[in-house]
Design a protein around this ligand. Structure first.
Ligand code: ADP
Ligand code: MG
Length: 333
């Protein structure tokens, strides 16, 4: 309870700021809050029924996708032994295939098999309490051992037709935390008949009109803005940063986005990355990957994607609060 409250409280700070920029023109919207995917879902639209049914669909997805629910598809995969084939739902397979695409595109900067490292650093959902440091940091030996388990193509094999996932390395574990919320938001948009804005823990999608979304400043500036983004109907926006889940140990910040190449919290020079894309899952995973690998790599990947996703755009913030932009739609304050 304590954990969930702390996380929800932290996310509320971000959400409230974001939504103060989205007041509707001349109609009265209804807002509905739900507790989904370990975070707060806020739906601002014109139909409570549609909001409730979107939340119910997201809860079903959570029951399949969450690593910290033992009976979920991902929970069952994580507790399976090497060589065991686990049958999963079509939705889980769809998302694993999407995750694999981003894993390949980003040379493993986004890696859904990163969970052993997420656990080692104390960021598994059941262990982490916002701002509370563990008693000790992982040793180099522990980091090396956990890193041996990470590498999606090495550790898992997918059979898309049979809907099975087979673990190849004992102890390997999956974590869709970097992609599932973006997917869930995008997937919900088709269910709204009128202007609606969906915010799942900072992953936002809108339908029915354009929205102006405030991008909260990272870290200690969380209560101010770096600027606003225009979100067109059907687009989603996701932000990844080192200030959402973190602790300080001996004055050093350790955060929840792990660089699979060295097994440590990412240190790419970027402290916040925001990606806009019609494909919410892709945008979510890409924001995580760019937070890992930095702006230069990020721009290469965005270039590679922009033929298929002409709307794709991004906002990068570095440790000195310098803001730079890829694509369109961003206005600095
Ligand atoms: P949030 O979930 O806070 O919105 P992200 O979308 O960036 O932020 O996802 C971060 C989550 O993704 C982490 O909490 C962890 O579960 C998982 N994760 C951490 N590092 C990676 C990585 N390199 N690749 C894939 N997933 C990651
Ligand atoms: Mg992400």
């Amino acid at each position: 309870m304590k954990r969930r409250f702390a996380k929800t409280a932290a996310l509320f700070a971000v959400i409230t700021i974001l939504l103060s920029f989205t007041a509707c023109n001349d109609r009265t919207a209804t807002g509905e809050y739900f507790d989904v995917f370990g975070t707060t879902l806020y739906i601002e639209g014109y139909s409570a029924e549609e909001a409730q049914s979107a939340a119910a669909v997201m809860r079903e997805a959570e029951l399949l996708l969450s690593a910290d629910i033992p009976s979920s598809d991902i929970g069952r995969i994580n507790s399976a032994a090497a060589g065991e084939s686990v049958t999963v739902s079509g939705l889980t397979m769809t998302l694993l295939l999407k995750a694999r695409e981003v894993y390949l595109l980003t040379d493993g900067a986004y890696d859904p098999s990163v969970y052993p490292l997420v656990e080692l650093w104390g960021f598994a959902p059941g262990d982490f309490v916002m701002g509370i440091a563990p008693d000790s940091l992982p040793t180099d030996g522990e980091i090396a051992a956990a890193s041996e388990l990470v590498g999606f193509d090495r550790a898992f094999s997918l059979d898309a037709d049979a809907l099975t996932v087979t673990k190849l390395t004992d102890g390997a574990k999956l974590d869709l935390g970097g992609i599932a919320k973006g997917y869930a938001v995008q997937n919900s948009l088709a269910g709204f008949s009128d202007e609606t804005l969906v915010n799942l823990g900072g992953n936002i999608g809108g339908v029915g009109r354009d929205y102006t979304i405030g991008i909260g400043a990272p870290r200690e500036y969380t209560h101010s803005y770096i600027g606003t983004l225009t979100l067109h109907s059907g687009e989603c926006v996701s932000t990844s940063g080192d200030y959402e889940r973190y602790y300080f140990f001996d004055g050093v910040r350790y955060h929840h986005i792990i660089d699979p190449s060295d097994g440590r919290p990412a240190d790419s020079g970027l402290i916040s990355v925001t990606v806009v894309c019609r494909d919410g899952a892709l945008g979510d995973a890409l924001s995580t990957a760019i937070a890992v690998a930095g702006e230069e790599k990020g721009r290469e990947w965005l270039d590679a994607l922009s033929a298929d996703h002409p709307e794709i755009s991004a906002v990068f913030v570095d440790g000195d609060m310098n803001v730079s932009v890829y694509g369109r739609g961003f206005s600095a304050v």
